[in-house]
Ligand binder design. Structure first.
Ligand code: NAP
Ligand code: F7E
Length: 348
């Protein structure tokens, strides 16, 4: 007998991770339903290739309007689709922006998870599995000499981080109190050519490529000394699926355990583009000079500094490695190469 195809519902399908996850699940033969927000201009560029071309309509791929700040659309979609798996990737995901729009961030990033889980409880869909996109930002302020794992105490430094802590505990509450298969993936920073342009890796690579082609003069950044554990989004979406296939719902750190500062990321990326940077001065006066042209190409502006900064993140993913058999495949070096190549393609 032919096995019935599994149905996945992805909130946040138009985002970086949503698009890679949709590709991953298509390859696993899932029927995919995705939720997109109404916007005044197109917001489906990352997924258009999956369902939409002149001669092609994917019969296993459906997009619906919805919003996790809207309970009625959330419950109606879940009720009509009755998915086997829900991936909640929807969020106001920019940490710096969460200082500017804290209430909306809490509404989408914190209460969004509550609305979905409450819908599952209310509809008695106790076979549907739920994945929560938790974040290393929940760890927030940490000491510099230790990696963070599933037992590390949270100390969030933004309303984004606080909202993710709410969703993390809400997920565990529905698991323990209502028996829902609800799991947290605590993912450290992950990037790709599809990364939004205001996140630091994409911003750096876009700017350096433009500088190389004389389309931009200077790259302006905030804290050059923040340290992150950067991986590839394509690698990380595989862990989301594995988390929901594990024999029981649990909480998992997903990371690479390799770290780099923002400043090193700039230096390494520039070098790959044939630009040698010499750093001079300190604090807000620190600048990066292009050694061959002697021109200032990197500077610091306090408008990119954060009221609450997370200085250091390094993930210990041993639990996922041992039990999920998950490990990152793409190194930071390969990630930077891929992001640079993608950007260079725009100019060639
Ligand atoms: P992203 O590119 O910003 O994507 C976020 C997605 O959520 C987009 O599809 C966005 O729609 C959607 N969204 C935002 N507000 C919504 C709302 N009110 N209702 C419905 N959808 C909404 O983020 P990402 O990098 O793919 O990350 C995916 C998830 O993982 C997020 O929850 C993020 O917080 C979390 N996370 C990310 C990282 C990382 O390093 N990337 C690490 C840990 C956790 P539009 O396209 O219309 O904006
Ligand atoms: O900043 C510093 C900034 O905005 C990284 C989200 O996906 O990962 C992401 O959050 C670091 C920070 O990512 C600029 O201060 C310096 O220390 O790329 P980012 P993030 O804040 O770490 C976590 C895990 C998530 O969950 C989030 O959803 O870089 N930085 N100068 C800068 N950052 C930005 N954006 N722009 C600058 O000019």
């Amino acid at each position: 007998m032919k096995r019935k195809k599994k149905i996945a519902l992805i909130f946040g399908i138009t985002g970086q991770d949503g698009s890679y996850l949709a590709e991953f699940l298509i390859n696993k033969n899932y029927i995919i339903h995705g939720v997109k927000r109404r916007s005044s201009s197109a917001n489906t560029q990352r997924i258009d290739h999956l369902h939409d071309s002149i001669n092609f309509t994917n019969k296993n791929f459906f997009i619906h309007y919805g919003d996790v700040t809207d309970s009625s659309s959330t419950i109606n979609l879940i009720n009509s689709i009755k998915p086997d798996e829900i991936y909640n990737l929807a969020a106001q995901s920019h940490v710096k922006v969460s200082f500017d729009i804290p209430e909306y961030t809490a509404n989408s990033t914190a209460l969004g998870s509550l609305r979905i889980l409450e819908a599952l409880r209310f509809l008695k869909l106790n076979k549907t599995k739920y994945y929560q996109a938790s974040s290393s930002e929940m760890f927030g302020r940490q000491s510099r000499n230790k990696s963070q794992n599933e037992n590390t105490k949270f100390h969030p430094m933004s309303i984004y981080g606080v909202s993710k802590v709410f969703s993390y505990h809400t997920t565990i509450y529905y698991r323990e109190a209502h028996g829902i298969f609800a799991a947290n993936g605590i993912l450290f920073n992950h990037e790709s050519p599809r990364r939004g342009p205001t996140f630091v890796t994409k911003k750096i690579i876009q700017a350096l490529v433009r500088i190389k082609f004389n389309k931009q003069k200077v790259l302006t950044l905030g804290n050059l000394y923040a340290i992150r554990d950067w991986g590839h989004a394509k690698d990380y979406v595989g862990s989301m699926w594995k988390i929901l296939q594990y024999k029981k719902p649990d909480d998992w750190v997903i990371a690479t355990n390799h770290i780099m500062s923002v400043k090193e990321f700039v230096t390494v990326s520039a070098k790959k583009l044939g630009i040698q940077i010499k750093w001079i001065n300190k604090g807000l006066n620190e600048v990066g000079i292009n050694l061959s042209t002697k021109k200032k190409i990197v500077k610091v502006d306090k408008k990119y500094l954060r009221a609450g900064e997370v200085d250091f993140l390094k993930g210990d993913y041993n639990k996922a490695k041992k039990l999920l058999k998950w490990k990152p495949k793409v190194s930071i070096d390969q990630l930077i190469n891929e992001m640079i190549d993608d950007e260079l393609n725009l100019y060639e």
